[in-house]
Design a protein around this ligand. Sequence first.
Ligand code: DQA
Length: 147
Amino acid sequence: MKFVIINGPNLNMLGVREPDKYGNESYEDLLNKIQQHCKKVGVCPEFYHSNHEGDLVDRIQKAYYDKADAIVINPGAYTHTSIALLDAVKSVGIPTAEVHISNVKERESFRQVSYIREACCFTVMGHGTLGYLEAIDYLVDKVGETK
Ligand code: DQA
């Protein structure tokens, strides 16, 4: 199973940015953790990070042409602003999980909107970086049912 793991703006700053909200692990640590988990559950992960909205749209579209089985995405702040990311996920029709490290529900009012959510089959928030692994497990089961 091929999964694309997409991280949006500022997630490359993990470990540096607001550790009280996002923890002390670096982006590199996160990738290693996901890589190890994927090995256990039989997933081949492809990682992508960008700070740019259009690049994230391009990567979601590429997942379609590459015949990826699933997408895990933490769109960062674009969660709360981007209809383009919503449309991209709808366009490709690939099972997609939305991940947030922090509990956005308990944060500022502008973080209460998620445009992408309606196109996602799973959302996890507030579980730290473990949320990525939970999303992968969910998608492994979901994709397994249809394969
Ligand atoms: C985030 C939450 C967003 O509101 C924020 O803009 C981020 C990270 C999270 O993982 O908790 O960049 O998606």
